[in-house]
Design a protein around this ligand. Sequence first.
Ligand SMILES: C[S@@+](CC[C@H](N)C(=O)[O-])C[C@H]1O[C@@H](n2cnc3c(N)ncnc32)[C@H](O)[C@@H]1O
Length: 237
Amino acid sequence: MLLTHPERSLTINQLINYQTLIRHRASGYPLPYLTGCIEFYGLEFEVTPEVLIPRPETETLVDLALARRPTTVMDVGAGSGCIAVSLAVHLPEVAICAIDISPAALAVAQRNVERNAVSAQVRLMVGDVLNPRPGPVDLIVSNPPYIPTSARASLPASVRNHEPRLALDGGADGLRIIQRLLAQAPAVLKPGGGLLIEIGADQGEAASRLAHTFFPRATVHIHPDLAGRDRVLEILT
Ligand SMILES: C[S@@+](CC[C@H](N)C(=O)[O-])C[C@H]1O[C@@H](n2cnc3c(N)ncnc32)[C@H](O)[C@@H]1O
């Protein structure tokens, strides 16, 4: 046990609040939903049960997007806004349109845009994949739902029971939203534009095949995350 400030005694209300938090946590409720915030790409983000808790592996996608130095970006499946906000903070010239099908998630993203002072660069929109479709853009980024429906049951209980199903369930093979995104992307990309899409560790081959189907002349790479697992599909048109 680590005790800090032993000289301070808690009020009865503080003690009750603390014990409630501990009970929630012990029952498997995710810590970031209890504290209401998490760090991603060195920045602070509000998180609530309406949004996926940003994951460290998504920082690989942000690294790759920053390296391309785009000036116009679409982020599909904005969630907490962690990708769009991180890009805006590190690329002061970039203009980003971030779409999510969940208005509740976008309300959290809006607060994160304001918290990180990037309102002038990031526009949030309710939409379904790339509809509505402002564009054209240099780069499409996305961390879509990609867990196959049947695999949801084997996710850790803290994820399965508390994070939004809409953020996780990628349909029968996990690739439903990715396939729709690839089908719609050509109408939104500038000539020479690219896509960076987060995928599951076992989806590299299937995602590459899909990419070649929708972009037969493009260069396709699968990038690993820091743990060496397939994580980001990159398409350069
Ligand atoms: C895996 S979460 C990613 C959230 C955030 N970008 C991140 O990296 O932490 C996927 C997000 O896609 C959104 N989403 C699901 N289906 C969608 C669709 N058809 N069109 C747009 N967004 C969708 C969900 O609401 C969720 O916020």
